[in-house]
Every structure is written in C-alpha cells, then in structure tokens.
Write a protein that binds this ligand. Structure first.
Ligand SMILES: Cc1ncc(COP(=O)(O)O)c(C=O)c1O
Length: 512
C-alpha cells in the first residue's frame, strides 16, 4: 500500500481565505448560481434556529428525501421525527433501567431524522466537500467526487454531489448490506459510479487501494473521511452542540445530573470529535467502541465483523487518540441478535410484557442500527465499569436506523435462530446480550496506552500513505486540535462570500 496516491493526501488544511485555483472557483460559482444552490454555513448547521425564516418556509414544502438544494439546510441534528419540521432539542431516547440494567441514564441521540440518507454521515460528507468547493479546490463541472466508505458516508456523499450537480462515485465493499446498495442504485444514474471493492466491513485497505487507482485520473477527487479534518470539525461543532443541547435539557429537570461519558463506535472517528466538545464543556470522558472481533485499539488486533459502518484495522488520521479515555470491545454476535430482538414482534412483546419496557421506548427501537446497538452495549459496559449512578449520564448516538439492516436480520434469524424468534430465544438473547453485559474488554487508557494506539497510526499514515512525520506528530497535542477550530469561522466566511457571488445570499432558493 505504498503511497502513489497524491489525491488522497493533498489534504493540507490551510487557514486564510486564499483561493487555490481562481478558474476552478469561478466555474464553481457559475455552476451553483445556475443551479440556484445556497450553501449553509457550519454555524447554521450547529444552531439551525439561525437559518433564515425564508428558507424555513420553503423547506416546509420539500420532502426530506428529495434531491433538492434546500435539503442542505436540513443537514443537522434538529429535525423532528417527521423529518420535515425542526425541534428545539434533538430527537433522542433515554434508555431505562429495564433495558440497560444500570442506574445511569443512557441517552441516545438519533441520526434517522437526517435528510436523504436517514443517517448523520451526510453531515460529514458536506463538511468534507464544501470547504474544498469554496476554496476553488474542487471543480463540480469536470471533476468527480469520490466517496470511499463502508456505506453511509458514501450515501451522504452521493446525496451532496447530486444536489450540487456534480458527479459522485461511491466506493464501498461488496459485502455491505443490500439496503445500502439499493439506496445507491436509486440515487446514481450511471451504474459504473458504484464501485464494489472486495470484502466487507473490515476491508478498508481495499477501499484505499481502489481510490489510489482512481486518483491517477486528476478528474477524480477523493474525499477521504479518515483524513479530512472537516469531518472531525463538523462533529465537534455540530454534533457537540446537539448533544450539549440534549444534556442541558436533561439538566433543566435534573440539575445534579452530569454527562459522565460519551461513547461512540469509531469508523472514521469523526463522531468521536463530539467527545472533544463534551469534554471541554462538561469534563466528560471519551470512550471509543470497536468490534471485539477486530480489536485494533484494544489489542492491536485484526479480524472481520458485522457491525457495519465501523471500519477498522487502522487508526484514522482524524482520531484525537491522546484525548480518548477508554476503549471497549463489543461483539457483533450481540448486535446481530439485538437487531432481531428489537425489531421482531415476538421480541418487542417479550420486552413489553416480561421486562416492562414502555411501548413509547419500544416504538423507537426501529431507529437503532447495528452500530447504534454497539454504542448502547458499550455505554452499558462503561457504566458498569465506572460504577456510574443515576446522576451520571452516558451519552451516545444512533448513526442510522434498523431499516438498513432488514436483510441482516433475516440472515441472523435463518442462520442463528433456526428460522424464527420465539419467546424462549428472546429471553435468552435478553439474558445473554443485555442483562448479561459485563465490564469485560474495557480498557482505561493511561498515557502509555494512548501512545501505543497513537503510534499504531504511524504505519498507515506515514509509512503507507506518505504523511509527513511532523504532521503526524503534531496531532499528539490538544493545542493542535483546538487550533483547528478556527477553520470553521474561516470556512463560514468563505461560504458567505461564495453565496454572495452566486447571488444566493438572502435570495429565494430553487424548489425543483
Ligand atoms: C452506521 C455507522 N455507524 C458508525 C459509523 C462511524 O462513525 P464515524 O465515521 O464518525 O466514526 C459509521 C460511519 O460511516 C456508520 O456508517
């Protein structure tokens, strides 16, 4: 995997308002002016109450899954359950003791209300593309936006590309869920723009290799989520703000409560960026979750698993490892079986009648995809490990919902449950994979553990991808990550300038 891939690595973050290529910038302006696209600022996505009311009024007539430029203004956490209107506090579930068996409230922020893909990865895709667009680094007329991913990020990228009127290419392992491919087929007109790489969830390297080939054509621009600081920054700003709003709302009712831990599976590590915001605001501990079948952070291990969306066997460049406090491993056997228990009538009846779980909670279980279940299990493990009590909130996210995993459910029912879920199996799953959760495979990181994980990234980024040692090393310091935050203001200024040039600042937007 020696690096010949200039495109993946031309990813220098630069401050300032320099336009990289004036002719590319000019073409991008003409293109977006013709399409009447107004770009939201990152501050608007972090605080959607600042979105102009004229846009809000127009949005009311637009479906959340339409490829309409106005839907860029829904790429935030504050969409309501109907995904049309906005809410003051982001949609979330607070899991009760009956499910978790722990006293600490586990708060799960829901990603399903995000537009177009029903997952928060569309936010990361926007944050990777738009800074480059407004600096004249991406030509939406002639260049193709290439989205390497294990599924949701590339769907987000395809949605953003289509809205902006540029060609998008999804690169993902062939073994990902059929629902992801169905979605892609319905959004992409040229079948060649869906590139299937060998393997499944753990085969991130094969995705990189395909991107290396693609990058030899200068018209392909690779938006590498594992490397783009826009991904980290948008989660620190927007996901951080959303989670803080939920915490603050909880604290209004229970002033003694405090967010003790933020738990997130790591794919690109973008979502973990929200942990930096919570730690800054409340001193929250940051917990990274990975599949036990591929325990790279825990044990420098390898393997394959089915917790779709959490790529592995490497440390993403945008993972602020030195600010991570704990790591825990969750088995995909648990997530596969809970995916059945939480979405099958027999399972739901069991949870209601035998476990006294309220129907209002149960009806939201469809909003929990496989990695959301891993986050919940991770949160329970951490609560047990740290001995947390009823004032200690554990905050996590549901990146996507269960509808993306119906085929996986069918597979588990067929292969593991002999064709159907009955009440005895439901009770066994509950006993083993919920009430039986223990604080095993939890590691509290000391400085040596952090160094070990951090250094593991050297092999991917310096040896294989040609990153400079200095750039690699500067990521050890929190001051580096804090200094990155300045980019958000600069990018917002550039977005405003760009919108001014396309004539879209304060204008009525396109509705078709
Ligand atoms: C379903 C799902 N869960 C979790 C993740 C991991 O999120 P992140 O890439 O922000 O670490 C992803 C990433 O694509 C995902 O698609």
């Amino acid at each position: 995997m020696a690096c010949s891939c200039h495109n993946l690595d031309v990813m220098e973050i630069q401050l300032g308002t320099d336009i990289i290529d004036k002719s590319v910038y000019g073409r991008a302006i003409v293109h977006l002016r013709d399409r009447k696209v107004r770009l939201p600022k990152f501050s608007e996505l972090a605080a959607p109450n600042t979105i102009p009311s004229a846009i809000e009024r127009q949005l009311a007539g637009i479906g959340p899954d339409e490829p309409n430029a106005l839907n860029l203004f829904r790429v935030h956490w504050f969409n309501g359950t109907n995904r049309v209107g906005k809410v003051v506090v982001p949609e979330h579930i607070i899991l009760p003791f009956e499910i978790t068996g722990v006293r600490s409230p586990i708060i799960v922020a829901l990603g399903t209300p995000f537009p177009m893909i029903g997952a928060h990865k569309v936010l990361a895709a926007y944050a990777c593309l738009v800074p480059r667009l407004v600096r004249g680094e991406f030509d939406p007329i002639v260049q193709r936006a290439v989205w390497p991913s294990t599924g949701n990020y590339c769907r987000g990228g395809i949605a953003i590309s289509r809205i902006l009127g540029c060609r998008g290419v999804a690169v993902l392992p062939e073994g990902m869920s059929v629902e992801r491919f169905r979605w892609l087929e319905s959004w992409i007109s040229n079948p060649g723009d869906i590139i299937r790489t060998p393997g499944t969830e753990s085969n991130v390297r094969e995705i990189y290799e395909e991107c290396e080939l693609l990058s030899q054509d200068p018209n392909n621009v690779i938006f590498n989520q594992f490397r783009e600081f826009g991904n980290y920054l948008v989660h620190r700003q927007c996901t951080g703000a959303a989670l803080s709003t939920i915490v603050d709302a909880y604290q209004c009712a229970c002033p003694e409560a405090r967010p003790a831990a933020f738990v997130a599976t790591s794919g690109s590590s973008g979502t973990l960026g929200a942990g930096d915001a919570l730690k800054e605001n409340y001193g929250t501990k940051i917990v990274a979750v990975e599949a036990l079948e591929c325990p790279t952070l825990l044990y420098a291990g390898f393997g394959s698993h089915n917790i779709q969306g959490i790529g592995d066997k490497h440390i993403p460049f945008i993972h602020n490892v030195m600010n991570t406090d704990l790591v825990t491993g969750v088995s995909d056997e648990s997530t596969d079986l809970l995916n059945v228990l939480f979405n099958d009538k027999v399972g739901l009846d069991y949870l209601e009648s035998r476990r006294n779980v309220s129907p209002t909670i149960l009806q939201r279980f469809g909003e929990l995809g496989l990695s959301s279940l891993a986050n919940i299990i991770g949160a329970i493990k951490i609560s047990k490990h740290l001995g947390l009590g009823d004032q200690d909130l554990v905050v996590t996210v549901a990146t996507d919902g269960a509808s993306l995993y119906e085929s996986e459910r069918e597979k588990t029912i067929k292969e593991t449950l002999s064709g159907a879920l009955d009440t005895i199996s439901a009770a066994e799953i509950f006993g083993e994979h919920l009430s039986g959760i223990r604080s095993d495979h939890v590691m509290e990181l000391n400085s040596r553990d952090r160094e070990r994980i951090f250094n593991l990234g050297y092999y991917t980024w310096v040896e294989q991808r040609g990153e400079s040692v200095d750039r690699f090393q500067e990521r050890r310091k929190m001051s580096f990550w804090n200094s990155l935050m300045e980019h958000l203001t600069v990018w917002d200024d550039m977005i405003e300038e760009f919108n001014g040039r396309t004539g879209m600042n304060g204008r009525v937007l396109k509705r078709d």
